[in-house]
Design a binder for this molecule. Structure first.
Ligand code: GDP
Length: 537
């Protein structure tokens, strides 16, 4: 069967115009910085959802979305969900969700391959935290432009100049604030908007409504009302201007500077300014390069790649959803596309927009949008799909695992099912599966960036495949790529074990720590020991 043409109605200029009005981004933050709160605030501001608390099922908040898995419910966290879409000022905003727990997973990293921009959310009292740093490294590696939002300004926090200094010193990103707080953290009157020279005052409404009311004040009125606080803000802004910390669109898009905004998501303060910056400054989708480096034009026929798959989202019908980021053309539900890996046709009758548990059938999508394809068991992470001329996008990065367990089925009569389950989890990218000659086929090794992936894996093996398992934690924290020539010597070194990664046949040497690695390397400098991927090193 040949691939269907994109559509008779979607002309090239439509597609270009639609792509230009898309903004696709993710929020990167440390747990508790306020990601769920700001997601709700952004969506509410844009009127995407109707009641606060509808985004994440957290704590006692009424959740309608991300609790598809029992384990997720118990922990009150979002392990996996997808994309929230809303329209603001005639721009279609796609907010891709990243898991909100303290753990890392490759899933989070992969979401960052599907965005055009990231919002780095910091807690004003804490500044940069470990998870923010790690996620930021991925943005840097992929040259994803970053907007910084300093949250919780309604509470005591660090000095604003101190926060900027920390960002510049620790991550080398030049800060170019667009707004500046009037009033120290904890006594937040509003922000000076550097683009207008005016103040945006945030006042609480009497009667206890949580959202603040915004008021535009010319500078003289701001000075009159807020006296010393306004003067101080202006002095600090003069200082910034003197050091050239002004927004530069090209430098921002090149990911060397970051516009900074201040606010308090919980009261909506600064949320509109963030939306405006997303619309005015965040880059729209650009032509994505294929494996050979040639970009697929935005107005070429449909193409996209799978950045995430998820099995059994709905226990009522076992299925697998593949989340596809549209890269070019107009996607129309029902079109038959080609799966680049196999050349086979793939029917898209059940295309959906999925955010947590909410699913809406979608009829069309454009570059930057995320489409959930149901019944997609044939599709794996990183796979390309296209209509018209063939295209294959580069494979998604596989990150260096830091945690390892040996896993076995406690009931050996269930080995076949166990093996099928392990294959499924490997294919979905929940964990990386390794084989070691020392351990045999019955006991594969699971490798992950964060240990919570093992809980997800054992839970799913039990719940979906009916296989109870036992795991033994292995004392390794570091993996290096090696080759067959070095394997014997490495296996003979105390504390080192060589394993084969099932997914791609790579040989990995596992070490307990970096000291052991350097001892082994010093003793025999000719051994092949290469880092797996710069992102996670
Ligand atoms: P997440 O883990 O990053 O998704 O964080 P949440 O959105 O769940 O927020 C963590 C806690 O911080 C919650 O108790 C929020 O109510 C609170 N929070 C979020 N934003 C603000 C804010 O702007 N000001 C204050 N004071 N609290 C906030």
């Amino acid at each position: 069967m040949s691939a269907a043409p994109t559509t008779s109605t979607g002309t090239a200029s439509d597609v270009t115009a639609q792509a230009a009005r898309r903004r696709t981004f993710a929020v990167i933050s440390h747990p508790d910085a306020g990601k769920s709160t700001i997601t709700e605030a952004l969506a509410l501001h844009a009127r995407a959802i109707t009641s606060a608390g509808a985004v994440h099922g957290k704590g006692d908040r009424r959740g309608v979305v991300s609790d598809w898995m029992a384990m997720e419910q118990q922990r009150g966290i979002s392990i996996t969900s997808a994309a929230l879409q809303f329209t603001y000022r005639d721009v279609v905003v796609n907010l891709l969700d990243t898991p909100g727990h303290a753990d890392f997973s490759e899933d989070t990293y992969r979401v960052l391959t599907a965005v055009d921009c990231a919002v780095m959310l910091l807690d004003a009292a804490k500044g940069l935290e470990p998870q923010t740093l790690k996620l930021f490294e991925v943005c840097r590696h992929r040259r994803v432009p970053v907007i910084t939002f300093i949250n919780k300004w309604d509470r005591p926090g660090l000095e604003p100049l101190e926060l900027l200094d920390e960002i510049e010193q620790r991550i080398g990103l030049r800060c170019t604030p667009l707004t500046w707080p009037v009033g120290v953290a904890g006594q937040f009157h509003g922000v000076a908007d550097r683009r207008t020279g005016q103040m945006v005052a945030f006042t609480r409404t009497p009667g206890g409504a949580t959202a603040v009311v915004e008021e535009q004040l010319p500078a003289d009125e701001a000075a009159q009302r807020y006296g010393a606080d306004w003067t101080r803000a202006i002095e600090e802004l003069d200082l910034l201007a003197a050091t050239g910390a002004d927004h530069d669109q090209a430098a921002f898009v090149a990911a060397t500077t970051t516009p900074v905004l201040f606010g308090a998501a919980v009261t909506n303060a600064g949320v509109r300014q963030l939306l405006d910056v997303l619309v005015d400054n965040a880059p729209p989708p650009a032509a994505r390069p294929d494996t050979g480096g040639s970009p697929r034009a935005l107005d070429a026929p449909f193409s996209g790649f799978v950045f995430k798959t998820q099995a059994n989202m709905n226990p009522a019908h076992r299925d697998q959803v593949a989340f596809v980021r549209v890269c070019s053309g107009r996607f129309e539900r029902g079109m038959v596309v080609t799966h680049a890996g196999t050349g086979r046709p793939f029917a898209t009758k059940y295309a959906q927009q999925v955010f947590g548990r909410d699913r809406d059938t979608i009829d069309e999508a454009y570059p930057g949008d995320v489409v959930g394809l149901v019944n997609a068991t044939a599709l794996g992470i990183g796979d390309s799909l296209y209509a018209g001329p063939a295209v294959t996008f580069p494979p998604l990065p596989s990150f260096a695992p830091e945690h390892f367990v040996a896993i076995r089925a406690t009931d050996s009569s269930k080995f076949k099912r166990f093996r099928r389950g392990i294959e499924q989890l490997d294919g979905e990218g929940v964990v990386q599966v390794l084989r070691s000659d020392r351990r045999g086929e019955q006991t594969p090794v699971l490798a992950a960036v964060g240990p919570m992936q093992f809980e997800v894996a054992t839970h799913r093996l039990a719940a979906e495949f009916g296989v109870p398992t036992a795991v033994d934690h292995l004392p390794y924290t570091l993996a290096r790529r090696t080759d067959a020539g070095s394997a014997a010597a490495l296996n003979a070194a105390p504390g080192v074990e060589v394993m084969t990664r099932v997914r791609d046949g790579e040989l990995l040497a596992l070490f307990p720590d970096k000291w052991r690695l350097s001892t082994v390397r010093n003793r025999d400098p000719d051994l092949v020991l290469e880092p797996l991927l710069a992102d996670a090193q």
